[in-house]
Design a protein around this ligand. Structure first.
Ligand SMILES: Nc1ncnc2c1ncn2[C@@H]1O[C@H](COP(=O)(O)OP(=O)(O)OP(=O)(O)O)[C@@H](O)[C@H]1O
Length: 267
């Protein structure tokens, strides 16, 4: 396979406002990307373009070697796993589904289970539960799980279809430190078979599996490249309009704010 992902000259406008401006970005083999940027910088809009839910006003999008406009997006989407905390809006309709039913439903891209499941599919769901240390939850109704458990189940679910690209959109939002670390520990498993796009506001979630960073600011790519070259004091301070310092510990970045006066100026 050639390109995992390629955006050339991509612009996206809505109601006369340019939301994404001149995006040029390529994802190659062996690369796992973290996507960072302040609220409103364009992260969700970018994911909507990449998954074909929005069409760029201008420019070219290629995903998994397939050019948008010339490919069947429904087929392509089967190769993209997507987990976002917003998926939890389905919670209220999932009163009775068990954990394993939720996981196996990932095969059919449905949230409930409406199709006949083969023995091989149940076995695969079991293997995923095992890989993500969720077997202890088998038989339990999904709606009774903790937020952290739900996220892990949704990630396992999205791997039922063996996606080539896995998008995690702020998967740790609202989780405590233990649940967050549990989610991060799954990345090692995910990158074995999928290319990861990991969206977050929190630098410390950029774990060692992530090799590259795309940093957005005001609807533009502010910086992109190798993680160690992008995550430094100067680039992040400029991107956030806030004086920050990056500390590396155990090959993982952490951020402190240097000048609280900057925060006062912003509020
Ligand atoms: N469908 C739309 N119509 C009009 N404006 C939109 C639309 N979608 C997004 N926007 C605007 O585009 C900008 C970027 O929004 P987007 O949701 O992509 O940012 P984000 O980086 O994901 O933000 P957050 O971190 O808060 O989720 C915002 O100003 C938003 O109001």
């Amino acid at each position: 396979m050639g390109k995992i992902l390629s955006l050339k000259g991509v612009n996206w406008q809505r109601n006369g406002q340019t939301i994404l401006r001149d995006f040029n970005w390529e994802v190659h083999h062996q690369e796992q990307w973290g996507i960072l940027g302040l609220n409103g910088s364009g992260k969700t809009s970018l994911l909507n373009i990449v998954t074909g839910y929005q069409f760029p006003t201008k420019g070219e999008v290629i995903v998994l070697d397939r050019s948008f406009g010339k490919t069947n997006l429904l087929e392509l989407r089967k190769e993209i796993g997507f987990v976002s905390s917003s998926l939890e809006r389905f919670d209220s309709s999932l009163k009775f589904e068990t954990v394993e039913e939720i996981v196996v439903s990932g095969k059919f891209a449905s949230i409930g289970l409406y199709e006949v499941v083969t023995k091989a599919e149940w076995e695969k769901a079991d293997r995923l539960l095992d890989r993500f240390r969720l077997t202890y939850l088998k038989g339990k109704p999904y709606h009774l799980l903790s937020q952290g458990e739900k996220r892990r189940v949704l990630i396992a679910r999205s791997l039922m279809g063996d996606p080539k690209i896995m998008i995690l959109d702020e998967p740790c939002t609202g989780l405590d430190i233990v649940s967050r670390e549990e989610i991060l520990s799954l990345l090692k498993e995910i990158v074995k078979n999928s290319y990861l796009l990991y969206v977050t506001h929190h630098i410390e979630e950029i774990s060692k599996e992530i090799t590259h960073i795309l940093l957005l600011k005001d609807g533009e790519i502010f910086a992109s490249g190798l993680k160690k070259e992008i995550l430094n004091d100067e680039i992040l301070s400029q991107a956030f309009n806030l004086s920050v310092k990056v500390h590396w510990e155990e090959d993982r970045p952490w951020l402190t704010v240097r000048n609280r006066e900057d925060i006062k100026m912003r509020s």
